[in-house]
Design a protein around this ligand. Structure first.
Ligand code: IPM
Ligand code: MN
Length: 331
């Protein structure tokens, strides 16, 4: 049966790269039935819709959601991010953000291969906090970070289960336990407790600032990394930068309990400055679609898509999509 995919092309280069990703999925021989959802900054500017509960309800009935990019310079920062992207992550309980990094870091010759598992529904992203006396010299702004035992544990457990499927079977916890002593303590204790259930998995701990150095200087030490929402956000941009650039960085927002659809999106933004120029690299979107195929149980097709992305193709957005699709068709 065809997989039912909700497609949110979104803003800027989002629709362009999403079209290539769908082209490649079809070229891989996977039957999909797509439904387009017109959401994002442009839609918001037109009629005020960001993501109503009614549309969210429709999305719940799909097997997966494929998203291009959302955000436009005409809408103040945070409106679409919170109202659409984060609302989907929270409401669909997409508690794992999985971002794989395979590449050769600048100045290196060997290939690194690691995956960051970012907690995706808690931390500072919850939006706990507020403002007092805004705009006055006595202004106060507080921004909390929410970390629950359940939320941390399910994310950490996912990371260990993933490591069990990989050759090296190694998980590194990244945090800042020397300063964030309350949340860091919860993460560290939970990590150590979960680790007991996986005696074959080796573990390590890095502070997030040190991890930044290792990403650049010794990415080979990593296999699976698990970290909180904000550290994961920052660290995965660095991961993209040391793995061939953000044009290759794929991402999966997963609900591993499968109580609803998971969402797949390239890590890059809507890049309004290059919209329509053909300069957008669709590879990140294509590799995100491969993560979607994995989650839909189409693992052989997912591997073939990843294989077809190598060696890297150059050209316009459509040329790259066509070349990758052609490699699949000829297999
Ligand atoms: C990402 C993005 C989002 C995040 C933004 C757009 C809200 O940077 O997916 O990494 O911070 O999670
Ligand atoms: Mn980010």
């Amino acid at each position: 049966m065809a997989h039912r995919i909700a497609v949110i092309g979104g803003d800027g280069i989002g629709p362009e790269v999403t079209a290539e990703a769908l082209k490649v999925v079809r070229a891989a021989g996977v039957a999909i039935e797509t439904t387009d959802f017109d959401l994002g900054g442009q839609r918001y500017l037109r009629d005020g819709e960001i993501l109503s509960d009614a549309v969210l309800e429709q999305l719940r009935h799909f097997d997966a959601i494929l998203l291009g990019a959302v955000g436009t310079p005409d809408v103040p920062p945070g409106v679409i991010e919170r109202g659409l992207l984060l609302k989907m992550r929270f409401e669909l309980d997409l508690y794992v953000n999985q971002r794989p990094f395979v590449g050769v870091a600048p100045g290196k010759t060997a290939v690194h291969d690691f995956i960051v598992i970012r907690e995706n529904t808690e931390g500072p992203y919850v939006g706990e906090g507020g403002v007092l006396r805004r705009g006055t010299p006595h202004e106060v702004a507080t921004q909390g970070s929410t970390n629950t035992r359940m939320g941390v544990e399910r994310c950490v457990r996912y990371a260990f289960e993933l490591a069990m499927k990989r050759e090296r079977k190694h998980v590194t916890l990244v945090h800042k336990t020397n300063v964030l002593t309350y949340s860091g303590d919860l993460w560290e204790r939970t990590f150590n407790i979960v680790a007991k259930d996986f005696p074959q998995v080796k573990t390590a701990y890095n502070h997030v600032d040190a991890a930044c150095i290792y990403f650049v200087e010794d990415p080979y030490r990593y296999d699976v990394i698990v970290t909180d929402n904000l550290f994961g956000d920052i660290l995965t941009d660095l991961g993209g930068a040391v793995s061939g650039g953000i044009g290759l960085a794929s991402s999966a927002n997963l609900n591993p309990s499968r109580t609803g659809p998971s969402m797949f999106e390239p890590s890059h933004g809507s890049a309004p400055d290059i919209v329509g120029t053909g300069k957008a690299n669709p590879t990140a979107a294509i590799l995100s679609a491969a993560l979607m195929l994995d989650f839909l149980g189409e693992n052989a097709a997912a591997d073939r898509v990843r294989g077809a992305c190598e060696p890297a193709v150059t050209g316009t957005t459509v040329e790259i999509g066509n070349a990758i699709a052609a490699r699949l068709a000829s297999k």
